[in-house]
Design a protein around this ligand. Structure first.
Ligand code: ZN
Ligand code: ZN
Length: 691
């Protein structure tokens, strides 16, 4: 290679034929540009082909804030060439005015200036920015007419345009035509599938890529990892993990975040956390991936703990973080944290998206704050079918079945299509409110009017509805005639209604069927044994409990928690592990005495079967929810709402007792049991004793 002579910058007055280098060197500001412009006009070389393009490029692309000047320059040229048009089109795209780029392209065609491959590449980019496949298709047709559509350069831009507009079908047709696909082409195709969430196509395309031995990069891997997470394809995700580590790519933050996300979504939360911990720095996407991983796999306490760490680290949460945090709060009933999220959204004036609004409504409804749920729902600027379903479900499970049905009719009026989940909410509203006829009508109209075929869950709610309202025989017949094979849940539901209505015969049959399907569930045996006890057949009850022991089926211990000053306290029945246990038991004694004065009679049928007769009442008074309520009364500020969480269903006695406690102590008590919320106030419960 010949050694280039040192370039001695010529004086301004003697411009070389190609003054680009000089312009780049000399022109540091708009002022310099003006001087050069004036000089060019004076010397008569302004309209010289390449000189003009150089000064235009300098103004439009290289100097900041000089686009207006570039436009002036451009308008001063009566006959700009293709290159000049290209510069301006590029400048419009870079400065985010894709519409102007398209308009300029039309002006170019109108003045019969021939576009070249660069023009097409730029203008297709403008179509992507505008997300307009219609304009894109016209540009494509014009490129064919100009004989440029087969140039790889233009083809790549076409694929990118179609893919980024979500037209993966047309993108793929062109993609398959290219014989020499560069990494850019592949990634454009991946981006297209990514955009329309065709995750399976992403994985298949990556396998094709590997089979062909084509080169890939970080961008490719991020698309594929996302797809693996969505599809739960762990093995390919792990393969990429190994590849990343073997090639020392783990310091790429986006790639590391995608790995965390993939493992979290595939249920390998532990592994995700290890990678998360190893990351040198974590942005909001990484934090959100980990938090939503925990929340998705029901590790809600971990999710909130990590959210706390995130706040300490000073990273600002985004929508994804907030939705995961709210759903964890809803599961745990972590009211304070959830409320904090709401006030944070208000303070930061973050946009109330559909997802965020729906998560908030769900959170309030699940925590028993139906008024706040309704207010949030009403204020949501946009709603979708899911938002409506959540509010209907929320009303139903807070004992406001009739209102839930009213909202269902509003939903239909607002032209939202109800889905499977909506009907589950509607039917459970009917079930909880005892609206059997309405329930039957909705059940029959689901498939015929709304095209939603009832699933086993819908049948289950129907069984529950009939059983609760005392139609145990009809419920049994319904189960026998179901077109789908009844599962354990259905039989268990029937068993539970047999307990409420003391139906021994159907109860025995139901347990027989449940045990065939799921032999090891303690709750089922206990239900039947309680049925025996409730009709005075104590020997049968004890026999059944002994059978349980012989089969090695252990009872799930009842456990209740209460939140005091933001800390959760956990209790088991007759538990003395709490540091304040003495005071708690004294409080329980006081509580029981005061509600007795208000008419409480202990329901000894809820006592441990092995409790001696005289111990029975005491044993019932030491159920975990009563201990939790006692601590709540002891330690919370007077008048504050008490919130209790119970892992099993609230027992009949505790339900009666809690109603009276709410009246005697003038406290609202919200109990969330395994099935629903109970909002106790002034001696009544929101479930209308229907749970
Ligand atoms: Zn109880
Ligand atoms: Zn209740």
């Amino acid at each position: 290679m010949a050694v280039m002579p040192a370039i001695i910058p010529p004086p301004l007055l003697q411009l070389p034929p190609n003054p680009r280098t000089l312009l780049l060197e000399k022109c540091k500001s708009l002022r310099d540009l003006r001087q050069i412009h004036a000089h060019l006009i004076k010397t008569g070389s302004f309209l010289h082909h390449s000189t003009f393009e150089n000064i235009l490029e300098c103004s439009a692309l290289l100097l900041p804030n000089s686009m207006d000047y570039a436009l002036k320059l451009f308008d001063q040229n009566p006959q700009p060439h293709t290159e000049a048009f290209n510069i301006m089109i590029r400048a419009f795209i870079l400065s985010r005015f894709p519409t102007n780029a398209v308009l300029l392209f039309l002006r170019m065609l109108a003045s019969s200036i021939k576009p070249d491959k660069h023009t097409f590449s730029c203008i297709l980019k403008a179509c992507s920015r505008l997300n307009s496949v219609e304009i894109g298709k016209q540009v494509h047709a014009y490129a064919v007419k100009c004989g440029l559509a087969c140039e790889d350069f233009v083809l790549n831009s076409l694929i990118h345009m179609y893919a980024s507009c979500g037209d993966v079908f047309d993108a793929r047709k062109l993609f398959d035509k290219i014989t020499e696909r560069g990494i850019v082409t592949w990634n454009a195709m991946f981006a297209g599938y990514f955009k329309v969430e065709s995750w399976q196509e992403v994985v298949t395309l990556f396998h094709d890529m590997l089979a062909l031995g084509a080169e890939f990069d970080e961008v490719t891997l991020i698309s594929v990892l996302t797809a693996c997470g969505r599809l739960g394809v762990l093995d390919l995700g792990q393969w990429i993990d190994v590849y990343v580590h073997e090639n020392g790519l783990q310091s790429n933050q986006n790639l590391a975040t995608s790995l965390v996300d993939m493992y979290a979504k595939c249920g390998q939360v532990e592994k995700a956390r290890n990678l998360f911990n190893e990351m040198a720095s974590r942005d909001v996407v990484a934090w959100s991936a980990m938090i939503s991983g925990y929340s998705q796999w029901s590790q809600c306490r971990e999710a909130l703990k990590l959210f706390h760490d995130m706040q300490i680290s000073g990273v600002e949460p985004n929508e994804v973080t907030m939705v995961s945090v709210l759903s964890s709060c809803a599961v745990l009933g972590a009211l304070e944290t959830g409320k904090w999220v709401h006030s944070y959204l208000r303070r930061k004036q973050l946009k109330m998206t559909v997802n965020l609004g729906t998560a908030l409504v769900d959170f309030y409804a699940k925590c028993g704050f139906i008024a706040d749920a309704l207010e949030t729902f009403t204020k949501m600027p946009q709603k979708n079918a899911w938002s409506w379903t959540v509010i209907i479900q929320g009303l139903a499970s807070n004992g406001r079945g009739e209102e839930a049905l009213k909202f269902f009719s509003f939903m239909l009026e607002a032209d939202f299509q109800p889905n499977e989940l909506t009907f589950m909410a509607v039917l459970s509203a009917c079930s909880h409110a005892g609206l059997v006829d309405e329930g039957k009508r909705f059940f029959h109209s689901m498939g015929s009017i709304y095209g939603v075929e009832p699933s086993i869950e819908h049948y289950g709610i129907m069984v529950d509805m009939l059983g609760r309202s005392g139609l145990v025989q009809e419920a049994y017949d319904f189960v026998i005639e179901m077109p789908v094979k009844p599962n354990a849940v259905i039989w268990r539901t029937l068993l539970a209604s047999c307990k409420i209505h003391k139906n021994v015969e159907i109860g025995e049959e139901s347990l027989k069927q449940v045990v065939k399907l799921e032999p090891k569930q303690s709750g089922d045996y206990i239900l039947l044994s309680n049925i025996y006890a409730s009709v005075g057949r104590f020997e049968d009850a004890v026999r059944l409990r002994n059978q349980m022991k012989e089969k090695g089926i252990r009872k799930t211990p009842g456990c209740s928690s209460v939140e005091v000053d933001g800390v959760m306290h956990e209790f088991f029945a007759e538990d003395s592990a709490h540091p304040l246990w003495k005071e708690i038991y004294e409080k329980v004694d006081e509580m029981m005495m005061r509600i007795k004065e208000a008419g409480y009679v202990c329901d000894v049928a809820e006592a441990r079967l092995d409790a001696e007769e005289e111990e029975k009442e005491l044993s019932v008074s030491h159920h975990s929810e009563k201990l939790a309520i006692a601590l709540g009364l002891l330690r919370s500020t007077p008048g504050a709402v008490l919130r209790v969480w119970k892992n099993l269903r609230v027992c009949r006695d505790c339900h009666v007792a809690t109603k009276l406690i709410s009246k005697v102590y003038g406290r609202e008590i919200v109990v969330r049991d395994r099935n629903r919320f109970h909002h106790f106030k002034d001696g009544f419960c929101s479930c209308n004793d229907y749970w």
